[in-house]
Design a binder for this molecule. Structure first.
Ligand SMILES: Nc1ncnc2c1ncn2[C@@H]1O[C@H](COP(=O)(O)OP(=O)(O)O)[C@@H](O)[C@H]1O
Ligand SMILES: [Mg+2]
Length: 257
């Protein structure tokens, strides 16, 4: 079943003396249960596209459908996880994770049962009563992911969620994300500029061109899981992606606006 269908998405940003065309006709289909990674040069419009899929922004042309219906706003079935998961510093870890459930009116006992399960999955049980300033960046990001997962969304939209992590923590989370995906069968759209991260996670990679951007290539990665970053068999996919990206990054110099 098709979850997302983006057709000819165009997005312009108007500045005082010029208009910047970020997206120039994005076409993308995401099937239920896909783990799609979006890769592309910095500033090409990956976050813009993800925001449109989340319903936080609207395209100037084209349309994007979710479950067959045109997206007109945000919805609990599509949750966005940012690079720096914005947590509430005045709440304990467990209360941060339970926040959305509380807003949704889920009773306290059920809330704590659900959050326990995801805190455990994210190896945060020991920190349930800590405040966020007591946590490392990696732990904060795990709290942000747990907070999204407890809502049991159909789709996770993740915008470079591991970019600020140290390498070891990221490697652990790369395995964890694959296990979560296999266990929950969620549809995931994951933005990253990190090619090795993309080939570990994605069953499909959509490569964005430089701005004004289009998807210049889609690549299917049919390879056993859980995949590890150091797996040499993944190198050939990385090379393919890098060969597509290199000319795009070179174009950046002549296209500052
Ligand atoms: N709200 C905005 N107003 C003006 N320009 C924007 C806005 N959001 C993004 N842009 C511009 O659009 C381009 C694409 O941005 P973004 O989607 O953040 O790229 P990426 O996530 O691929 O790095 C960038 O040049 C950025 O400066
Ligand atoms: Mg971005």
């Amino acid at each position: 079943m098709t979850k997302f269908e983006a057709k000819n998405i165009v997005k312009n940003f108007r500045h005082e003396d010029y208009t910047l065309r970020a997206l120039d006709g994005i076409n993308l289909k995401v099937e239920a249960g896909d783990f799609v990674c979006l890769v592309g040069p910095s500033g090409c419009g990956k976050s813009t596209f993800l925001r449109i899929a989340a319903g936080l922004d609207t395209p100037d042309e084209g349309e994007i459908k979710f479950d067959g219906k045109t997206i007109t706003g945000t919805g609990p079935e599509r949750i966005l996880v940012f690079q720096e998961g914005a947590l509430f510093p005045w709440l304990k870890v467990s209360d941060n994770v339970e926040f959305g459930l509380k807003m949704a009116g889920v009773p306290k006992d059920d809330r704590s049962q659900i959050s326990k399960r995801f805190l455990d999955m994210m190896q945060l049980t020991k920190f349930a009563n800590a405040y966020t300033h007591q946590l490392s960046t990696g732990m904060k990001q795990r709290v942000a992911i747990a907070r999204a997962l407890v809502m049991d969304p159909d789709v996770l939209l993740m915008d470079e969620p591991f970019a600020a992590l140290d390498a070891l923590t990221r490697d652990l989370l790369l395995v964890e994300m694959q296990l979560i995906w296999e266990k929950t069968k969620k549809t995931i759209i994951f933005v990253t500029h990190n090619v090795s991260e993309a080939v570990v996670l994605g069953n499909k990679i959509a490569i964005f061109s430089n701005r004004p951007s289009r998807i210049k290539k889609e690549l299917i990665i049919d390879y056993r899981r859980p995949r590890l970053v150091e797996d040499e068999n993944l190198m050939k996919y990385q090379k393919q992606i890098l060969a597509e990206l290199r000319p795009e990054v070179k174009k950046l110099d002549g296209n500052k606006k």
